[in-house]
Design a protein around this ligand. Structure first.
Ligand SMILES: [Zn+2]
Length: 168
């Protein structure tokens, strides 16, 4: 089990490193999925452009409204991400980070919005997939690169609106 935790941590930090070292591509986000014991963690990172249409702090009242709506959507984990029903998972934690949208300083050039959602699952062995509705909720997101780590090992893939399920 220690290995799985190590994999999970490695995955989280590799996402963070990828983010720090490379400018993102608009329309393409990153999704990290970690299954560890009875816990499912999903890390989502998408270009701010794909969330609100601009990559700076909001300037007008209208943009502020767009930002509020987007942050609300990002908070609705149960709409964005649907784990296998048989896993009987309950959301226990969520954190949305959008520095430029919540009063933070501008970075260089690009900005990302990231979120972390955690579920506890009564039947983790029955947890086989996550259906991802991010592309439906944020139309500018065309695809997500997925990195998975769980008891069965690591797996990578890509999902889009036509193939929104990541299974393992
Ligand atoms: Zn950008």
């Amino acid at each position: 089990m220690k290995n799985v935790i190590a994999l999970g941590l490695a995955l989280v930090s590799s996402l963070a490193i990828a983010h720090a070292q490379h400018a993102h591509s608009h329309g393409v986000g990153e999704l990290g999925i970690v299954v560890e014991k009875d816990q499912l963690t999903v890390l989502l990172e998408i270009p701010q452009h794909d969330v609100v249409g601009f990559e700076r702090a909001p300037k007008s009242a209208r943009e502020q409204v767009t930002v509020q709506a987007a942050l609300e959507k990002l908070g609705q984990a149960e709409r964005l991400l649907v784990p296998s029903a048989a896993g009987q998972c309950t959301l226990i934690d969520k954190v949305v980070e959008a520095p430029l949208l919540t009063g933070g300083k501008a970075a260089e050039g690009h900005a990302d919005v990231s979120a972390r959602y955690v579920w506890r699952c009564a039947q983790p062995a029955a947890l086989k997939e996550v259906k991802v509705n991010v592309m439906g909720e944020f139309k500018r997101v065309r695809s997500l690169n997925v990195s998975f780590a769980g008891p069965q090992g690591q797996k990578a893939g890509r999902i889009d609106a036509k193939n929104p399920r990541f299974a393992w």
